[in-house]
Design a protein around this ligand. Structure first.
Ligand code: ZN
Length: 472
């Protein structure tokens, strides 16, 4: 039985999908104005591991991840400085070009980390019409009100607002942290924007859209959708009104996700998300990653230190998503060595294999148990090592570890085969066989093939690209 730590209940809940065997999974993706650091990438990798676990456990998973590709002054922190626009000014590009550039960069990174491709990659600017429709519904139903500067969601109209965050709103309102973009027409500091008209702090916005909404300060209702609204809309359009899983970083528990819930449940009249999953942060040398400390790493800076993206993936596997993980060069070194050792073991197994093995039932049970325990990947990794050290036959051992690799995503077989050292004599035989084939000397070519197989246990296969070593 799968148990998932649900932030909504603050406990391990038994997992039951809405549709039997199928899962609707939304993951808050990056704002694409800058290269994502290894902390953000860890969040994405945690989503990948959870998704792979669910697939392994037999579910069909529709996984939607978004790109925030337009600017929004989030009324709280970014006053006067919009992330996308900042990126555009810095690089002399339009916001669209900035987004294209960093989406491509992000996708290269996630591919290098062997993250499965999302079922749907939702780009916010493709959903502006849907966002406007959702705002119209909220205004119509009386959950939102229009001012000359913005359209706000009225938090007082949604009594369950603090259910996920468990905040004490009254206490928080007395302090800082609510709406530093001043708008005297805002009824309550906790109200948040669904739409910013292109006026005031947003007057010089580089990206904006016409809308049916009216403000005396702009023409054609021009403005920008609120950030929280993006996720609600993209989830709704792609996955329906109620999701099984919504995932994001722990920083979203207090504002972003409660706002999503308020909007979606008010507009749709049904529960938004059954299981909220939040991943903890990556620390660097025991500290929070920050520009001022100079400890912000991205994938390129890891590779510069002579590590591979897959070494980093192995490192990510060593902490459960709900734990903070501490990144140090030594820890990554350790991960690299362990990963290499695992690939070496698989290589030996692969070379010794006599026949296709079968998956060891008792190890598989152990492995499944770790996944069902709130996706405990470090334990799954420990079971994988126990398997490799166990006294069972090599054929079954190989079959089982490769089955586990569907979750770990370490590409073990591929790595084991690619990094093999080919003896010089074999190289020569391969070359002579290639020449023979080019000269259509088929008998000779077959002779070399038999020699490779009999003397060196190497099977070659002929493909359109030429001959390749098929199995060893
Ligand atoms: Zn989101």
């Amino acid at each position: 039985m799968l148990k998932v730590y649900n932030t909504l209940s603050r406990k391990l809940d038994e997992f039951k999908p809405i549709d039997k065997g199928k899962i609707r999974f939304y993951h808050c993706g990056p704002t694409v104005y800058w290269t994502q650091h290894i902390g953000n990438l860890r969040g994405m990798a945690m989503g990948d591991l959870i998704r792979r676990s669910l697939i392994y456990l037999g579910y069909e998973v529709k996984y939607v991840r978004n790109y925030t590709d337009f600017g929004h002054l989030t009324s709280d922190a970014d006053v006067g400085e919009d992330k996308m626009e900042k990126g555009a000014k810095r690089e002399g590009l339009t916001p669209e070009e900035v987004a294209d550039k960093y989406i491509a960069q992000f996708e290269r990174d996630t591919e290098a980390l062997n993250l499965l491709e999302p079922t749907i990659k939702a780009r916010a600017t493709d959903y502006i019409d849907d966002m406007i429709k959702m705002i119209e519904v909220l205004v119509e139903k009386g959950y939102a009100y229009v001012t000359p500067k913005a359209i706000y969601f009225e938090v007082a109209k949604f009594p369950n607002y603090t259910e996920l965050s468990r905040r004490n709103l009254e206490k928080d309102k007395a302090g800082a942290g609510f709406g530093s973009v001043q708008d005297s027409d805002k009824k309550d500091p906790a109200d948040f924007a669904l739409w910013f008209f292109k006026t005031g702090a947003h007057e010089n916005a580089l990206q904006y859209w016409p809308s049916p909404f009216e403000s005396p300060e702009v023409e054609n209702g021009e403005g920008i959708p609120g950030w929280h609204l993006e996720c609600s809309t993209m989830a709704n359009v792609n996955l329906g009104a109620t999701l099984d899983i919504h995932m994001g970083g722990v920083e979203h528990i207090s504002i972003h996700h409660p706002n999503e819930i308020a909007q979606s449940e008010s507009a749709n009249g049904v529960k938004y998300v059954n299981y909220w999953i939040h991943n903890e942060h990556l620390m660097v040398d025991g500290e929070k990653m920050s520009k001022s400390l100079g400890n912000v790493y991205n994938l390129a800076s890891i590779v510069e230190k002579a590590f591979t993206p897959m070494d980093l993936r192995y490192f990510y596997l060593q902490a459960q998503y709900r734990s903070k993980q501490n990144f140090t060069t030594e820890a990554l070194e350790g991960a690299k060595n362990a990963y290499k050792k695992m690939v070496d073991r698989v290589r030996v197994l692969n070379q010794n294999i006599e026949e296709k093995g079968s998956i060891d039932k008792s190890f598989k049970n152990e492995f499944v148990k770790t996944l069902e325990d709130d996706f405990n990947i470090p334990e799954a990794l420990a079971v994988s090592w126990e398997l490799l050290k166990a006294d069972i036959n090599d054929n079954d051992k190989l079959a089982t570890i490769l089955d586990f690799d569907r979750v770990l995503g370490l590409n073990l077989l591929d790595k084991a085969e690619k990094e093999i050292e080919i003896p010089e004599e074999v190289e020569k035989l391969l070359k002579r066989r290639k020449e023979a084939r080019e000269n259509k000397e088929w008998e000779k070519s077959d002779e070399f093939r038999d020699k490779l197989e009999n003397d060196f246990n190497i099977k070659v296969k002929d493909t359109e690209e030429g001959q390749i070593i098929d199995t060893i």
